[in-house]
Design a protein around this ligand. Structure first.
Ligand SMILES: Cc1cc2nc3c(=O)[nH]c(=O)nc-3n(C[C@H](O)[C@H](O)[C@H](O)COP(=O)(O)OP(=O)(O)OC[C@H]3O[C@@H](n4cnc5c(N)ncnc54)[C@H](O)[C@@H]3O)c2cc1C
Length: 381
């Protein structure tokens, strides 16, 4: 009998997990004792960190995607369809085309969806911009190119949001970009954050605060956006504050696929054990990446490290061994501190990051990693 391992999602978590599984279980896969299948509704693998560079004209949105078939091992089966239902008792999935798929082990890696519409005044045909998707990033490039004076506001609205470093990077990069174009004197840059410091990770807040001051980036904390008035170009907060803008970049709220709640895998985000990544609600089901309720960042590096644990545990179950893989919350983030310098942090459940001074070398290391990513996704690095 062939053991069926099915992975929902062909993003960072799903792809790395599939590639590692066929490598780890090479003997069983070649003997047809194990089959690894990705079912995903996007035939492309998307490397989203590229979107940060699109508003500044440094990358095209197209640069972020490659056909999934080019990124996965040939021993991984691919099914392009949208999963509409997970029956965790019957261990099967329903697909949009009407087919069903059975699984012995299921890995859910369906990501997180930007949800600007949940803030009144944001969404299609409204003022607010973001850079968390290809179209939004390209529209922001257009808007930024046309901004010659006034106030640019970067407002972090939703937490948790995907990639906690990206809004910080955007503010630093916008400052450098405007300066280079000779517009910084004419464009104020403001950054707002919902809690009483500039970032959820305290050492990052401590690092960025004096640097924002040096660059003249205005900041507002305890700034919980309630609505955006596009006619008056004003952001209004729950605390009763108002901030006017000429160009608003709003880091939106994020939501998981409705599949999670509908399948009983979580009240909102997928509820997993933070050490084993196994579902709190269903047997033989694992969660990886942005879809989970893990108490750490929604970042590709987290999905990447978590995949190693899931692969180890599934392989152990299949081989009748006791699984030993445990996730410790490993997270790595490069943080751009402008157009030509950056820093780098690592942290886990137990250890806060130490943020080192930014250097040109780390900026280039980030750009190099963005190219090398395609090898890491393939499992070659
Ligand atoms: C602008 C930006 C900058 C970033 N920068 C960094 C960075 O510097 N470092 C870092 O570590 N991370 C960064 N990230 C975060 C990183 O991209 C995500 O954390 C990562 O993509 C999460 O991987 P995932 O597998 O959980 O989800 P995703 O990569 O989003 O993949 C989800 C997949 O599931 C599929 N799917 C969803 N629902 C269904 C369904 N019902 N049926 C079938 N398929 C489905 C989707 O089509 C997609 O293929 C950044 C993100 C953005 C947007």
């Amino acid at each position: 009998m062939t053991e069926e391992i099915v992975i929902i999602g062909g993003g960072v978590g799903g792809t790395v997990t599939a590639n590692r599984l066929v490598d780890h279980l090479e003997h069983e896969v070649k003997a047809d004792e194990v089959r690894v299948t990705i079912v995903t509704d996007d035939p492309y693998h998307v490397y989203k960190p590229i979107y940060l560079y699109v508003p500044f004209g440094k990358k095209e949105a197209e640069d972020a995607k490659r056909p999934l078939a080019d990124v996965v091992d040939r021993h991984v089966d691919l099914v392009y369809d949208h999963v509409t239902e997970i029956d965790t008792d019957g261990q099967s999935l329903s697909l949009q085309d009407g087919n069903e798929m059975d699984y012995d082990y299921l890995v859910v890696s369906t990501g997180a969806i930007p949800d600007p519409e949940s803030t009144p005044g944001l969404g299609p045909d409204q003022d607010g911009h973001h850079f968390y998707g290809p179209d939004a990033a390209e529209e922001l490039r257009e808007a930024l190119a046309n901004l010659e004076e006034g106030r640019l506001v970067l407002s972090v609205i939703g937490t948790p949001h995907v990639c906690p470093a990206a809004p910080v990077e955007f503010a630093f990069m916008a400052h450098s970009w405007l300066q280079k174009r000779g517009l910084r004197e004419d464009v104020d840059v403001s950054y707002t954050y919902p809690i009483n410091r500039l970032h959820g990770v305290r050492p990052v807040a401590d690092w960025m605060t004096p640097r924002f001051e040096d660059r003249g980036i205005d900041t507002e904390t305890f700034f919980n956006v309630e609505s955006v008035d596009s006619d008056e170009q004003v952001i209004e907060t729950i605390e009763g504050k108002e901030l006017d803008y000429d160009l608003m970049v709003g880091i939106p709220e994020f939501k998981p696929s409705p599949l999670i709640e509908e399948s009983g895998l979580g009240a909102e985000w997928m509820e997993v054990n933070k050490d084993t990544l196994e579902s709190e609600h269903a047997e033989n089901v694992f969660g990886i990446g942005d879809v989970t309720n893990l108490p750490t960042s929604k970042a590709g590096s987290v999905a990447h490290y978590a995949s190693g644990v899931v692969v180890d545990r599934i392989a152990s179950y299949i081989r009748g061994q006791t699984p030993t893989g445990h996730f410790e919350g490993d997270t790595v983030c490069f943080i751009e501190a402008g157009m030509n310098e950056g820093t780098h942090i690592t942290f886990d459940y137990e250890n806060d990051p130490v943020v080192r001074d930014e250097t040109e070398f780390i900026h280039w290391a980030k750009l190099s990693y963005n190219e090398a990513y395609w090898l890491t996704a393939r499992g070659l690095l």
